[in-house]
Design a protein around this ligand. Structure first.
Ligand SMILES: [Zn+2]
Length: 239
């Protein structure tokens, strides 16, 4: 333990900006310091000290382009022009490479979201950024902002589902849409997605089927607590 105290929980990696080609350092949390203490039903992990999610976004100190590992690597000419005229022109050199507190982490996510929207990044990436911003507000207990960003994330996930259809990892996406609907108090839609994961015979993801069953029951309890009328399929006791 004493030995651990002398080690910096962060280490630095060098990355290249895909916009201006400048190379810069950004920090990451050492695996031995990633201590998750709780995982919420929508996969939000709460950490004891060092939150690796604070370091997901890489911010180029030179031009302001902000991105994550999930961003597409190549930028088209029109995307470059858009980043230059909407981000770089307003950018004053600032280095986000060191330790980040909550405010700094939120700032980096908002920069990445802006860059993702400007370059029309994949909807799945945008949804992930919005979901992470909701989690940041959850860490602070700011329910209003958390729910506002959960709704944005949900809208983006729905659009992912509509474009990707039945492609990979759908059960997780469907479960997540159900769970975010539930957290927003949109119980009928929550049940719709959970039931689809449970009943669709093509879905083989047993972990997501089990979680959908669990949250189906939780949704039923939420509805009873809110004195809402249960839809017919929920009137029987949960199986
Ligand atoms: Zn750059």
């Amino acid at each position: 333990m004493i030995k651990e105290l002398n080690i910096d929980p962060l280490y630095q990696i060098t990355v290249r900006c895909q916009h201006c080609m400048h190379t810069f350092e950004t920090s990451r949390v050492r695996p031995s310091f990633k201590k998750g203490i709780q995982t919420d039903s929508d996969f939000c992990v709460h950490y004891k000290d060092n939150n690796p999610d604070f370091y997901v976004v890489r911010v180029c100190p030179n031009c302001g382009y902000s991105f994550s590992e999930n961003f597409s690597e190549k930028l088209t000419d029109s995307q470059r022009e858009a980043i230059a005229s909407k981000i770089t022109v307003n950018w004053t050199t600032r280095d986000f490479g060191g330790k980040r507190d909550w405010d700094t982490a939120l700032h980096t996510y908002k920069l990445a979201l802006l860059c993702a929207q400007i370059k029309s990044e994949k909807e799945r990436v945008i949804a992930g950024l919005l979901h992470h911003i909701a989690w940041l507000h959850r860490y602070q207990g700011n329910k209003e902002e958390e729910l506002r960003f959960l709704q944005y994330a949900l809208d983006a996930y729905i659009s992912v589902y509509e474009t990707e259809g039945t492609e990979i990892n759908n059960a997780r996406l469907m479960y997540l849409m159900g769970e975010i609907h539930r957290r927003l108090g949109q119980y009928v839609d929550a049940v719709k997605w959970f039931s689809r994961v449970i009943n669709d015979k093509r879905i083989m993801d047993s972990a997501m089927i089990a979680k959908s069953r669990e949250q189906w029951v939780v949704t039923r309890e939420d509805m009873v607590a809110a004195r809402l009328e249960l839809p017919e399929e929920m009137q029987e006791q949960a199986k």
